[in-house]
Ligand binder design. Sequence first.
Ligand code: GTP
Length: 400
Amino acid sequence: VAVGLNLYLKFPIIKKKLIGPVGFSNLPNQVHRKSIKKGFQFTVMVVGESGLGKSTLVNTLFNTSLYPAKDSKVELTNEIPSTVEIQAIAADIEENGVKLKLTVVDTPGFGDFINNEESWAPILENIEARFDAFLDQENRVNRKRIVDTRVHACLYFIAPTGHALKPLDIEFMKRLAGRVNLIPVVAKSDTLTEEELKLFKSRILDDIAANKINIYQPPTYENDDPETIQENKEIVSRIPFAVVGADRDIDMGNGRKIRGRKYPWGIIEVDNEEHCDFVKLRQMLIRTHMEELKEFTNEVLYESYRTAKLAETGGDIAVHSNPMKKLEADKAAHDAKLAKMESEMKAVFDQKVAEKEAKLKQAEEELYARHREMKEQLELKQRRMSPKPVQTPKKGFFSK
Ligand code: GTP
């Protein structure tokens, strides 16, 4: 660091104006071409009680029937799981020549049991297992084809109760906030009135703040243009996103079709920003912040997990990189193994001796008992065999 700093001080960076074009302004286009060739990849997790509209929303978000239709899904899962299961659905989708490898990680069973206290645990385990898999690949000699299966965003579905967050919601978000980009959404928001929704959202935000939960906040940068800053502000103002899902079109007559839900009193349009926050959620998740979510996962969430993990196994790493230390560690391990074997052998020996002693003692007692019994029988026999004493008549018996 010191050498680098010296060099930097010796050769300060000076700003130069180009006399003519050289071509590096084309760098973004090179990156663009390369990334189009490579394609993009995104993993999103959906968590929430059964029936909150998770599959419908994912299908609506990506405008594809990623999830099987409900009837076949019922057939597939007619066995009620006893724990939270993690299932992943992967799909290759394409828009205007840009390919996206999308993985949706579903968590059926979450919040569906009588006791949901530990419902968050298998989900956290799964997220960390994905970090571990990435870490393993990074530590390999050949790091050419690293497959990133880390979860980049987690849509947490809050039931539209209109009250506040449930203890399970708080517990889940608290436990997961440091490991994944949490995006809370109010599920089936069409079931609440405008006032109810406003109040519900503000209570949710209060609960999140009171419990110091770090949900995902789309960042704004200094050099962002005013339009981007304004867009960002609008996205932030909609958190938690009140969503409505609908994977069927409604025919409006006159050849117009819209995605929405039809009620006797009117139609809720999914893509209408005045009806719900679906558009803003989609904008953040797909159009403006997908790369941000991936970057935050890699640079902040994964990095903190990696640091903690390496600190945990830090001793091992230091030992592996120093042959002398490795020798010492091997010797210590060998000594410990010998000591363990010795103590085990001693324990076995002591146990065998104790068993032998107990057996001897028992045999002795049995012998003693037998001896006593024989003695008693002998005495009895002797007593029976000995002549009975002759009774002498009492004085004056025949004197009459
Ligand atoms: P599981 O697969 O059991 O976990 O359910 P899920 O959370 O995936 O719910 P799903 O998408 O299957 O939706 C359950 C029911 O709710 C279906 O009948 C949907 O039509 C309906 N539904 C989905 N989204 C909405 C919504 O935004 N509003 C309303 N009112 N109903 C919805």
